[in-house]
Ligand binder design. Sequence first.
Ligand SMILES: *Cc1c(COP(=O)(O)O)cnc(C)c1O
Length: 393
Amino acid sequence: MTRINSKGRDVKGAGGEGTRPAESLSVDSLSVESWLVSAGRERHAGAPLNVPLMPASNFVLGGGRVYARNEGVPGWEALEEILAGLEGGDAVSFASGMAAVAAIFDRIPVNAIVALPMDCYQGVLSLAEMGQSRRGWRIERIAVTDTAGWVRACGVADLIWLESPSNPLLEVADLDTICAAPRKAGAILGVDNTFATPLNQRPLELGADVSVHSATKFIGGHSDLLCGVAIARDASLCAELRRARALAGATPGALEVFLATRGVRTLALRLDRAQKTAKELAERLERHTRVSCVRYPGLRSHPTHAAAKRQLKGYGTIISFDVKGVAADADGVCRRLKLIQHATSLGAVESTMERRALHHGQEHLPETLLRLSVGIEAVEDLWMDLEQALGEG
Ligand SMILES: *Cc1c(COP(=O)(O)O)cnc(C)c1O
């Protein structure tokens, strides 16, 4: 069996008959678009092109796999190999994005200092608050744009947790500077890279210890699975995350891994289309009389446009904007949508939109802030839907 791993080596049984030379398929010699399509496939004569969906909890003893919670189902390797290659580390897949985050947070000792962004994924904040009450953590909230504050935190905190671009204000942190700042011994610096995707940002290259994705979003891309991944360079951290996954039972299922692998094959196409559309829609929304503020890192008016331009390969597919009026006006816009789905979550082929302040813990946001995740529909159809839903000023 020949599989090309992220370092371009044969994992098992090098170069048999009918096998393409392994070296031609290393992540270093391919563009990411080709890597996404070709990595993780077996290439021996008669092999299926895709790793088959193989639901199984246990395996006949004597081989490498014993029990799926520990060694995983066939299919893990392919997904982890693809994602590891994209960000230049070793990847550990999880049952969800939160499962990946929880495995990392679980490594943080009692009475630790935990630095979190002001604009932070709500589940992550709640997890940290649990650490505060059960483990005596001290939580320090720092504005995404307060680079000096983050640099200071790197010297004292045990966990430095960044999200960039942030949810839902899409603020871009100065990761170059923050990741390079001296850290307290034993500290972990993690970046939630979900909004950027591995194609727009590679946190490990900037100096982060671990990068995390909710693969539920862009990697899966079809709103049909929950999955997560943590990517790190340090072998002992990866080994500990694998162990934590097995012991917590935070193992992704066979169907999820199959769907995530199938989904990620088209990530470059989906992202390319959706972020072009997002830029166009953001510019049009900025001129709309019923909209008072548009936040999109690709707009010159965005407070962190300069950092976004320097650091991100693309500006992403998420736009947040405020509707003029009160909460009921913004709710009305969502209710009138016909094409765009009135739904939470993001990063899928279909566009979704919701009023964020509806959610617990998001009360700090403007009450009329709508978050739009742009999908791959035609730009003019999306604009027509937004225009009819926004109505006349
Ligand atoms: C959705 C999301 C998560 C949590 O991921 P799940 O797959 O839902 O567990 C974490 N961070 C960000 C930025 C997210 O959007």
